[in-house]
Write a protein that binds this ligand. Sequence first.
Ligand code: FRU
Length: 489
Amino acid sequence: MMQTYKEQYRPQFHFSPEEKWMNDPNGMVFFNDEYHLFYQYHPFGTTWGPMHWGHAVSKDMIHWEHLPIALYPDDLGAIFSGSAVVDWNNTTGFFEKDKPGLVAIYTSAGTYPDSERPLQQQSLAYSKDNGRTWVKYEGNPVLSDVNITDYRDPKVFWHEETQKWVMVLATGQTITIYTSLNLKEWEFASEFGHTAGSHDGVWECPDLFKLPVDGGQEKWVMIVSIGDNGQSAKGSRTQYFIGQFDGTTFVNDHDDSTILWLDYGRDNYAGVSWSDIQDGRRIYLGWMSNWRYANQVPTEAWRSAMTLPRELSLTSTENGVRLFQKPVAEVHTIRKETESYPDIAIESGSNVSVPVNNSLLELTIEFEKVTSSQFGIIIQHSDEEKTVIGYNGIEEKLFVDRTLSGDNSFSTSFPAVQEAALTLANQRLKLQLFLDTSSIEVFANDGEVAVTSLLFPHKAGKELILFSNEGTTNAANIKLTELDSIWSR
Ligand code: FRU
């Protein structure tokens, strides 16, 4: 008998449901010392199906406690993606004086009466007991537009300056912004994006929030996931925009042709940020899969996991302001022993081997390119299987090659070399890698670039190999940390 969380490929320090299918994170909100994570959940199968909201809570966003399903399908349809907020001032009237509660704003995905034609509308549910039980609002749906077929994934926040709730909603190939005083009645404010950014697929799962640039002046970030169009090799992925927002209209700082990717790996989709975190951090988490093969990945009891939670920031680079991401500080809760290695010059043809006997690892390393054309790390999972994380100095690209990582058989779209353009300041590349049983997350140069990738090696780690082709590379500050399973408590 398989034991839960011990199965082959089961992520050990990433959130995954005990069993069955999961996709997007939903309703992420911090309230009464708990981080809530709801998620698109199909409790009867390991492929996508009638959507419910699954639920888990955490004190640190790393260790999770599973709770019963929060929202079940109803007469208006399945429960698609959405958000949750704390209604601090009881604008809805759902709560008692001085006892604020949670309101979930989600998409009811149904069909027209007597027809198969999809009808997506926005609905509310509220909870007076820290998200343990939910009541659906009797006035649902609260927002409909029969002219728009893809009309979903409301993300709501309180806009202090205008004293209104703001909703960003995915509306086909644009994001539509609505405002409200009470979450029940919504007014159209503006529409963004007809010609901006990537339109490779349907727009989904938006988010909008402000962040200081280099800790100073604030700008707004809009996140937009774009669905798999069935053609482009990359499947579903996530872009972002940087601009201004006045409570009504989002104005993009860039021209329409600029596309900014949130992640250069194949497996970070539909991510959004937590609402109501009080310590000033903006923390994001995504679904660690891709619609191109999510229904086929080789796991049996469950399907899919979430990325590590990541703190977002806006930082100036040579190319302009960019969204940086780094794993939340709370990852320290899973760090076991750290081993430091002496600085070393890696010569071409003489690779440096570091044996490992744990498949759960964090590696930090700083490379200095001296004369090499290509350098990096080979994760040798076993004699036959490896993942290569490298930098191509000629093309100035970071890459994560999973073509030989393990089981590739389930989808022709899975084997891939994932690349990110990255210019090195002072010829230096700082990498932080998190290796779980079936994924790797690579953060380069303090989070300027992230590459999130699933991998299905048949066996656990064997050794790490540092390599340098056609010349020398210096490696410094090499630290290898074993990580703990979050399910072992
Ligand atoms: C994104 C998405 C959302 C939708 C949900 C359905 O992955 O397609 O647009 O609400 O998944 O499960």
